[in-house]
Write a protein that binds this ligand. Sequence first.
Ligand SMILES: [Zn+2]
Length: 676
Amino acid sequence: MSSRLNFQLEAQASGSRARAATFHTLHNEVQTPLFMPVGTQATVKAQATQSLEDAGSQILLANTYHLLLRPGPEVFRSVGGIHEFMSWKKSVLTDSGGFQIFSLPHSRSMTEEGAQFQSYLDGRTILLSPELSIETQRAIGSDIMMALDQCIPSTADEAAARAALGITHRWALRSLAARGDSPQALFGIVQGALFPELRRESAESLCAMPFDGMAIGGLAVGESRSEREDTCEFTTSLLPHDKPRYLMGVGTPLDILEAVHRGVDMFDCIIPNQVAQRGGAFTSRGYLQFRRSVYKFSQEPLDPACPCPTCARYSRAYLHHLTKTGETLGWQLLGQHNIYFYHQLMREIRASVLEDRFLPLYHAKREVLHAEDMDHPPQHPVKTRKRRITKLGAYEVHVAPEGFGSIRHIASGEIMHSRTPPIEEARRLYIEQSRLAERLRDADNPEPLVIWDVGLGAAANAMAAIHAYEKAACSGPVRPMRLVSFENDLDSLKLARINNNFFPYLRHAAPDAILKQGSWQSPVHAGLSWTLLKGDFLEKMTQATDLPDVIFYDMFSSNSDNDHWTLEAFRCLFTVCGGRAAELFTYTCSTAIRAALLVAGFHIAKGRSIGEKRETTIALTPAARLLPSTSCHEVFGADWREKWQRSGAKFPAGVTEEQQPDFARAILEHPQFQRL
Ligand SMILES: [Zn+2]
């Protein structure tokens, strides 16, 4: 056939879909399974190409979107391609640029022709069509190019996923045509979110096209681990045996092991580099965080079992020091080790498949790859002989590979904050977007600023607000602030409090007071207080005496907590707000929930991208829209209304078929769209 890679399947593991293969790019022989370090801007951050060669990197990934903007394809044409440009003799895989564009918070639009966006460098408008994507990748001169696809969150509804599929398949054909007789290989990308039927359709359509390899797209963008693993396994079962399979953007060493077991050959991820920047290292003795002072005097190498240049030369004490002082060398050395660790893992996996002992290796590695430092386990500040409680009521503690904790709802598997530490997410989503610091500086206003924290959870949002107040009060006079939290089940806060080594933001007197007596008054700042209204929010909100200026709406999602995301709930909230200027911030970007907010009377705007969410949502009462300070919000225009009309999931739960025409009319006639 037309494969440019001469793919040879060498071995298939018993009792597993894991496999080992070789293929040939324009630059080298590639042995699978393999990991590709991410070199976004034609550089793997903080790593010289020599060190990547030494670590055994076979293919680097570069980002077409970034390289298209800078240095621009003309530079690659003039120097003869990316290999020459960055002095890299092995292979390069370029993505299509689509994922970055779909991740842009602003200024993009999608048509059949392509994805249009504004350059963040000079503001010019660029239409990234399948043709321009391939033309750019040809100029870059990568060994493997990716077809432009339409990326959607893995949690998208079926209609949205189906529409994206149609476009992806038409773009796949255009990409192949644009590739022409170029010797560069080209991969197609199977989409279909979490719908097996759509995945099957996508795989069938794309496998009929002369691609050199197949990628599994649309995962690692919001689904749970088990959803990802199931979809991955199902999708690989649909793919041909004689082409490489590439799972895009995954993952931790454990994620990769699991995906190899499910039949994937190729991976890329920024994690080894990103955790290095934060002082983290994967080792044969578990995950080490070099900020911890247990390494202060340690003369041991980073990983005694690792022959990489970092481990051969530097002590843990030195790496701890570099991390604590924020020295770039710390990032570089830990990055070098982490990339080596990933490649070494892949080499071990490959050897085990070739010798048909993958399954025992898989079981052994599973036990250690998620472990924390086994020799110096993180200490728990609660000195007690009791076993640590990690489950309480409906919840359990989930610890991310990067070392931060979050709370998982056991029944639904839903994790409150899976990608970013909860406190960081709270800051970005609620504190910064509500411009809290700025509002508190309005010290002449004697009226307290009232924040409703709906869904106290493990108190990350509430503590972020309290920290923001304490910080503002240190630097000058501030306006009083009253924080009102709503929660019916305190188990998640209790659980996080017990495990507060994973939730360091809870080391404060306030959460204890909330758990003990349901209220807290700052002993230092007379203007700062916090109350808990325990019970069902829909009932409690009508009893609150302090009405909100700002609402953090952070309930569990509609899958596990339907009542709080209905039209009824938002109508009730809108009524309680009365004519007040109130702004609501929430993590969801669901079309149906946005529609419910509109029909309830709010106006809606686009919230910033957080973690795996490309967008979140801001809702404003009509009075809030008149405030000059809200003009920074990107209020949706008529194009959103059109998108809603096309959506397959227009109506929130609880709107009956009879009510749908009235609901639709309310959207179409909403004042938000009239004024535009
Ligand atoms: Zn090492």
